[in-house]
Design a protein around this ligand. Structure first.
Ligand code: FE2
Length: 307
C-alpha cells in the first residue's frame, strides 16, 4: 500500500463568468494537463444576489461532461435537448455536452439569499467527443449516504465505495466523486487505484489531507507559491492534487471538515480548449466556433439562439 501525499495545493481565484457571476476557480485552462481527466472546478458561493443572479444565459458546450452540485439555493437549467429542470439543495446534475448543447444555468439563493454550489468539468475522450448530448438531474434523496462508526458521512455521487454506487453512473471516464463530512479529528482512508488523478476540494472546516502534513507547494492562477501561513491544515477555497499511490488518508482538523473527493483515470490525449469548447485539435475548435456562428452547432436536439 502506498499512501498518496499532496503534490500541490491550488487556491481558488475569483473569476467573472457568464453574464457577471463571481465564481472561485480552483483549477482550469492554465493547469492542463495536470488534472487530466478533470478540466475545471468552480465554486459559486455568495450571500450577495448581485454576484450570482445575472447567471449563465444560453451558451454552448462541446467535448466535455459537467457535474453540478448545489449545497444551498438552486440553479434553474434549460437546454437545447428541451430539458427544463431545477437543481435544488443537495441535488446533482450531470450533462454530457458531447457534439453540442446550448444551455442556460440561472442560480437563485435560498431564503436568506445564500448560494453555494460546485461545477466540475470532466473531459471526454476523443472517441466520445461527438456523442449525442445527455442531461440528467439527480435528487438529493437518490444519493446514498454512508455513515461510519466514527461519525464520518460519505455521500456517494459517482463511483463506488464499499459496494455502494453513486447515482451518476454514465460519465464516460467513470470518475469517483464523493462528498465527505468528518467530525473533529476523525480520519478517513479511501483506496483509489494507482494511476488515477486524485483531487480534494475543501468545502467547510479544515483537514490534514495527507500524513506528511506539509510544507506544501501552493499555487493560484497567475502565480505560484502565494503568501500563506504554511499551516498544514487546509481549508475552504483550496484544492489538493495528490501524488500517485493507492490510498488517501485525510484527518479533520479541530472544527471538522467537509470536502469533495474526486478521482479519474487520465485520458492522455491532446487538449484544445477555448471557452466552453474542449476538443483535441485547433481545427476542431475552429469548426465548433464556425458552426456556432452559422447556427448549425447543435446536432441533436433543437436549435436555441444564443443571446
Ligand atoms: Fe454551461
Amino acid at each position: 500500500m502506498t499512501v498518496r501525499i499532496i503534490h500541490k495545493v491550488f487556491r481558488s481565484s475569483p473569476t467573472m463568468e457568464g453574464a457577471g457571476v463571481l465564481v472561485h476557480r480552483a483549477f482550469g485552462l492554465p493547469h492542463v494537463p495536470e488534472l487530466d481527466p478533470f478540466l475545471l472546478l468552480d465554486e459559486f458561493m455568495s450571500g450577495n444576489p448581485e454576484e450570482y443572479l445575472p447567471g449563465f444565459p444560453f451558451h454552448p458546450h462541446r467535448g466535455i461532461e459537467t457535474v453540478t452540485y448545489v449545497l444551498h439555493g438552486k440553479v434553474e437549467h434549460r437546454d437545447s435537448l428541451g430539458t427544463v429542470g431545477t437543481i435544488g439543495e443537495g441535488d446533482v446534475q450531470w450533462m454530457t455536452a458531447g457534439s453540442g448543447i446550448i444551455h442556460q444555468e440561472m442560480p437563485k439563493g435560498d431564503e436568506s439569499g445564500f448560494l453555494q454550489g460546485y461545477q466540475l468539468w470532466v473531459n471526454l475522450p476523443a472517441s466520445d467527443k461527438m456523442m449525442n448530448p445527455r442531461y440528467r438531474g439527480v435528487k438529493e434523496v437518490e444519493i446514498p449516504r454512508i455513515t461510519k462508526e466514527s461519525g464520518a458521512v460519505v455521500r456517494v455521487i459517482a463511483g463506488e465505495i464499499k459496494d455502494v454506487w453513486g447515482p451518476v453512473r454514465d460519465i464516460v471516464t467513470n470518475p469517483l466523486l464523493l462528498d465527505v463530512s468528518l467530525p473533529p479529528e476523525v480520519e478517513i482512508a479511501h483506496r483509489i487505484p494507482v494511476g488515477a488523478t486524485v483531487v480534494a476540494y475543501a468545502v467547510e472546516g479544515s483537514a490534514y489531507f495527507d500524513e506528511k502534513r506539509g510544507p506544501h507547494t501552493y499555487e493560484m492562477q497567475g502565480g505560484s507559491d502565494y503568501p500563506h501561513d504554511r499551516d498544514s491544515l487546509i481549508g475552504p477555497r483550496h484544492a489538493v492534487l495528490y501524488n500517485d499511490g493507492d490510498q488517501v488518508t485525510i484527518q479533520a482538523g479541530p472544527k471538522g471538515a467537509r470536502f469533495l473527493l474526486m478521482a479519474g483515470k487520465p485520458l492522455d490525449e491532446p487538449v484544445a480548449w477555448s471557452g466552453p469548447i474542449v476538443m483535441n485539435t485547433e481545427e476542431e475548435l475552429r469548426t465548433a466556433f464556425e458552426e456556432i456562428r452559422n447556427g448549425i452547432f447543435v446536432k441533436y436536439g433543437k436549435a436555441v439562439s444564443i443571446r
